[in-house]
Design a protein around this ligand. Structure first.
Ligand SMILES: C[S@@+](CC[C@H](N)C(=O)[O-])C[C@H]1O[C@@H](n2cnc3c(N)ncnc32)[C@H](O)[C@@H]1O
Length: 293
């Protein structure tokens, strides 16, 4: 993979030129894998199973999502005593992974946020469809601009998930209008927004806490680029240290999923990529894990 993204034109030909300059010989296979609609992973809802609650019969028994999303949520390593902020949570797949994981133990405190009011509405609906009322009511859902969060609240969360808005090339390729309107500036603009969100995430995180940064982009500007910019700009004021995860160091559930879904974690400078041409259709997903000191 090359990081030089040079000048390109707009629309489909510009899109191909842009990504071919990054992915070189791999681009045709990667492009083809992004167009194929692959089977989603069925995340079993533990609250829908034991029929000892009168409401549980009405709950959906599973939630479908990309298996790579499950890995991102598991990489957060949430424990019962934690305060968790999911900065960009809607529609809620990665939040559900974390909530389901604690159904039979102490429940962490979850604050689920998304700036888009429409998507917050969807997030609430997803939570209500999958969680008993008593669990749903303990979760705080907010609709704030997460890039400003660190200005108002500092060192307040043990775990922060920043699943950032991104280029989402899989969606661009599957939407003729989005592909026609694609412009090379798009990824640069998103990288700036992601950087602001990343700095905010660092500020809200407690010392000793963990941050997971993820995107579903294949543009390195939005992945390694955001993190490299953080360390370049902060210099010795940087308060994050990378946690170098790999398939073996993840929890048992994640390891089983990696084996079952034949996922390959491809190392990059600052994290890992999961790409559909080498991970049996899973992804794209970039993830990188940090600890604050
Ligand atoms: C990749 S999606 C999140 C997907 C979600 N984590 C899941 O697993 O279902 C990114 C989300 O970021 C939200 N968003 C964009 N800019 C934001 C901001 N400044 N603050 C908070 N949310 C933002 C978008 O509305 C979008 O829902």
């Amino acid at each position: 993979m090359k990081r030089d993204t040079g000048p390109t034109s707009r629309g489909e030909s510009g899109f191909d030129q842009f990504y071919e300059s990054i992915w070189t010989d791999r681009w045709p296979a990667l492009r083809a894998s992004l167009i194929i609609e692959t089977e989603k992973y069925k995340l079993v809802n533990p609250y829908a199973r034991p029929n000892d609650e009168p409401t549980s019969a009405d709950l959906r028994d599973s939630y479908e999502l990309d298996p790579a999303s499950v890995l991102v949520a598991r990489a957060l390593d949430v424990r019962g005593e934690h305060r968790v902020l999911d900065m960009c949570a809607a529609p809620g797949g990665k939040s559900l992974v974390q909530i389901f994981a604690h159904h039979s133990s102490q429940t962490p405190t979850f604050i689920l946020n998304d700036m888009s009011r429409d998507r917050v509405f969807r997030l609430r609906r997803v939570l209500q469809e999958h969680l008993p009322t008593a669990v749903f009511e303990k979760i705080k859902v907010t609709a704030r601009d997460a890039s400003r969060w660190g200005v108002h609240e500092k060192e307040a969360y043990d775990r922060v998930l920043l699943d950032a808005p991104c280029s989402g090339e899989r969606h661009v390729l599957q939407d003729a209008k989005a592909l026609r309107e694609w412009a090379p500036q798009r990824s640069k603009g998103l990288a700036q927004r992601q950087y602001a969100l990343f700095c905010s995430a660092e500020l809200v995180l407690k010392a000793g806490g963990r941050l997971v940064y993820s995107t579903c982009a294949i543009s390195p500007l939005e992945n390694d680029g955001v993190i490299a910019r953080y360390f370049e700009r902060k210099g010795d004021k940087a308060r994050l240290r990378r946690v170098n995860i790999n398939a073996e160091s993840m929890d048992e559930t994640a390891r089983a999923l990696i084996a079952e879904c034949k996922i390959v974690l491809e190392p990059t400078s600052w994290g890992h990529l999961i790409l559909p041409d080498r991970s049996s259709g899973a992804g794209p997903m970039f993830l990188s894990v940090f600890e604050k000191f």
